[in-house]
Structure formats: C-alpha cells, structure tokens
Design a protein around this ligand. Structure first.
Ligand SMILES: Cc1ncc(COP(=O)(O)O)c(C=O)c1O
Length: 429
C-alpha cells in the first residue's frame, strides 16, 4: 500500500472535511524553505508550515542543539524538578521581552499557553477575593481550539457545535481612530467586572490576516491599565519576527500583563508553549493557603528537547543575518503590495512585516468557505508552492531564510493567478 492509502485508512486530519477531500501530499523530507514529496517534487513552504518554521526546515544549528540535548536529558517531570534548558530559555526569553515580564510558565502549544493565561487572570482575582469574572476580546479573534481558548475566540463555524458550552465574553471591534472612544467606554462601563482583555496584537491571523493600528491598540491598552483590567497579549502567531520586529509588543508603548508564545518559539521544530507574566500576577498565587496554587501542568511541560530547540531558535533570530532577512522580506512584501493593490481582482492588500495577505474580490463577500479557496490552493500547489488560503484571502509568511528568487517566483505566480482566475472563483479556463 502507498502512504496515501495507509493514511486514508486510519488518519483523521486537522481542519479537514475528509469526505471528498483530495488525498494529502505525503512529505518525505524538508530542508530550508522546501518540502519534498515521494516523487521528490519540491514545494516552497510559503506559509512556514502553519506559521511555525521561522528559520527554515531542519536548520543545522537547531538539529545540532536538539541532538546534543537528546543525548544528555530527554525528559523529566517539571514539578519538584528543574533543568538547565528551561532555566536558560526563561532567562533568554525574558531578556528580549518587556521588562515587566518576570515569570515563565511552560506548556506545549499555543492553545494551552492561552488556557494558562486565562486561568492566571481569573484566579488572580479569585485569590484576591475580588469579583471580576468577565473577559473582553475582539470580534473575529482566534486563540486556539481548547474550550477556554474557543470561548475567547470569535464565534463562527469552528465553534458552532460548542457555542452553548463556551463561557460568555464581551466582544468589541478592533480599534480604529473613529471607534476608539466607544471601545474605551465599553471597557469603563464593565471594568468592575472585567478580569482581563485578551487580543491578537496588530494582526488577527486566522480571521484572514485582518490588520489594525498599533496607535489605537496602545490607546486601548492604556485605558485597560487605568481600569485595572489585566491584558493578555497573544503573540502565539506574531512572536519571533513575524510583524517585522521581534515581537508585536515592540510596536507598542503600553506593555501587557501576560504574554503567550508558541509556533515560532522553537523555530517550529517542536511543540512548546510559554505564558509569561508580571511579578504582581505571580505574587497573587504565593500563600500559606494551598488553595491559591495554580493547579495546572502538562506531562511534557518544559520538555528539555523543546527548550533546547527554542534556545537555538532565539539565538538564530537575534543574529544580524536573520534580522536583515526579516527586513528584506518586509520591504519586498511592501513593494509587491503596492504593485498589485490597484488590480481589479484585488479587494485589499494587507501587510505587516513578513506577513502579506491579499483579499480576492469575489463579488459576494469574504468567506472561509469561498469556492475560490480550493481553486487557488490547487493552483499554487501545482506551481510548487504551499499556500493555504483562508477562504478568498491568500497570504504568504515564509521562513526568514527564503531566497529572493523564491520570493519573486511566488509573487509572479500570484500575478499569474490574478490574471487567470475570475473574481468569484471557477477554474478560469
Ligand atoms: C493567535 C493564535 N493564538 C493561539 C493559537 C493556537 O495555537 P495552537 O495551534 O498551537 O494550539 C493560534 C494558532 O493558530 C493563533 O494563531
């Protein structure tokens, strides 16, 4: 049996309606920006394999560090025990985060980093004996697939079967110069009951790379601070260079109380999540009273291999060459965006740092279920490019090691697609 046939027998793939789905492409190996299939066909990984691979696949430095770690210490329970990779990673990460971030809690993916942040905020108020139980967040947000993370995410087709099980939150629009005052009013009116505000800074990734301004976010955050509303900044996607700076927080003056990381944290090589917080949050859990403990932990909390990968990845991120590549991709994206923004089939081009999104004019609005999605997905795959359009929004966020030639090739294929496919989908024959 082929790999595809064996896959079909037993494997259930994420975010995939398997009825009538095309068989998945078996990938045998990956190097740098490329994935290779069974026939040794090459695909440019234009979406960094679900936004995680920031330095390219199988980066030799990460491979070396993880291999050495595997020989030394593979895994150890993280309650009652500790280890150097976790300590060093905590120190390293905090050294490049805002100074108010002082404590590091390990989990193993983005959703669990969010769960921990939410629990920290809700229990912070519980431990202090203050009734603040509500969460405020943006419409269209996405913070993960566990129940807490789903509760604070936008309600849509993904959450529909579970909506009645999700806790209630207050939804507001993302800020603009014209609505900012009304958003601040909502916060003031509910402040007495608000435990925290959770948000994707600058870019709402899964919603279709929707972008909004740093100035307005800053103003909203400052207002939360005045009203004692704790802020959870979800940098699971935006962290580690994606927005052109190391973190989205580097675009902002006001600093959050908690931050969540995953995806690019390990350079995408291993699952790892981190929630950081201020000393103030941490102190609310220190007590003679055992009931004030944060009762949360996962079997693989602070796995040493993942920590070693993250340390190596952060070292790579801080290298001048990587910082230059991030700038180069950002500049080239901006130049390409200018070139195509007036194209009749382009509804909008959005760009922040290394993230470029193009919203296709469909004539019938924007939808995750747009027919155009599969047509474009197949087109780019045929051209040797892995893209994963969010409905009628295509986006590129490549590994930072991508060559100029490969970027040009991707841009050229996008221009081609714009000529071939009519607005509204179809195969454009
Ligand atoms: C902003 C944001 N938060 C959280 C998550 C959840 O991360 P994970 O898929 O690792 O659970 C994602 C995943 O796409 C994300 O984009």
């Amino acid at each position: 049996m082929t790999l595809t046939e064996r896959d079909h027998q037993h494997i259930w793939h994420p975010y995939t309606q398997q009825h009538g789905a095309k068989p998945p492409v078996p990938i045998i190996s990956a190097k740098g920006s490329y994935l290779y299939d069974e026939q040794d066909r090459r695909y440019i990984d234009a979406v960094s394999s679900w936004w995680v691979i920031i330095h390219g696949h199988s980066h030799p430095y990460i491979v070396e560090k993880v291999t050495a770690q595997l020989r030394k210490l593979d895994q150890v329970i993280f309650a009652g025990f500790t280890h150097e990779p976790a300590i060093e990673l905590g120190e390293k990460l905090l050294s490049i985060l805002p100074a108010n971030q002082q404590k590091v809690f390990y989990t193993d993916n983005g959703s669990t980093a969010i769960e921990v942040a939410l629990k920290m905020c809700l229990q912070y108020w519980f431990n202090k004996g203050i009734k603040r139980k509500k969460v405020i967040t943006f419409f269209n947000g996405y913070h993960g697939d566990t129940f807490g993370a789903m509760s604070v995410s936008g309600r849509n087709a993904w959450t529909a079967p579970f909506d009645s099980f999700l806790f209630e939150v207050i939804f507001i629009d993302t800020p603009t110069p014209s609505n900012i005052e009304s958003l601040k009013d909502v916060i003031s009116e509910n402040a007495h009951d608000l435990a925290c505000f959770i948000y994707e800074p600058l870019v709402q990734g899964s919603a279709g790379m929707l972008m909004y301004g740093a100035l307005e976010l800053d103003e909203l955050m400052a207002h939360c601070r005045i009203n004692n509303v704790l802020m959870i900044q979800d940098e699971v996607f935006t962290g580690f260079g994606r927005t052109g700076t190391n973190f989205a927080t580097d675009h902002l003056i006001t600093k959050p109380d908690l931050m969540c990381f995953s995806k690019g944290l390990t350079g995408g090589t291993m699952p790892l999540g981190i929630t950081t917080c201020t000393t103030d949050i941490h102190q609310a859990f220190l007590s003679e009273n055992k009931l004030k403990t944060l009762f949360h932990g996962h079997s693989f909390t602070a796995n040493p291999l993942a920590c070693a990968a993250a340390l190596a990845s952060i070292e790579l991120l801080l290298r001048d060459t990587t910082q230059l590549s991030i700038k180069n991709i950002s500049h080239r994206h901006a130049a390409f965006a200018l070139k195509i923004q007036k194209h009749p089939k382009v509804k909008e081009v959005r760009q922040t740092g290394t993230i470029l999104a193009i919203e296709w004019e469909t004539g019938s609005g924007t939808s995750y279920f747009s027919e155009l999605r599969n047509v474009l997905y197949d087109f780019f795959l045929e051209k040797g490019i892995l893209m994963r359009p969010l409905g009628n929004v295509i986006y590129i966020l490549p590994p930072y090691c991508i060559s100029n030639d490969d970027l040009t090739y991707i841009y050229d294929q996008i221009k081609n697609a714009l000529e071939i496919f009519p607005a509204g989908g179809g195969n454009g024959k």
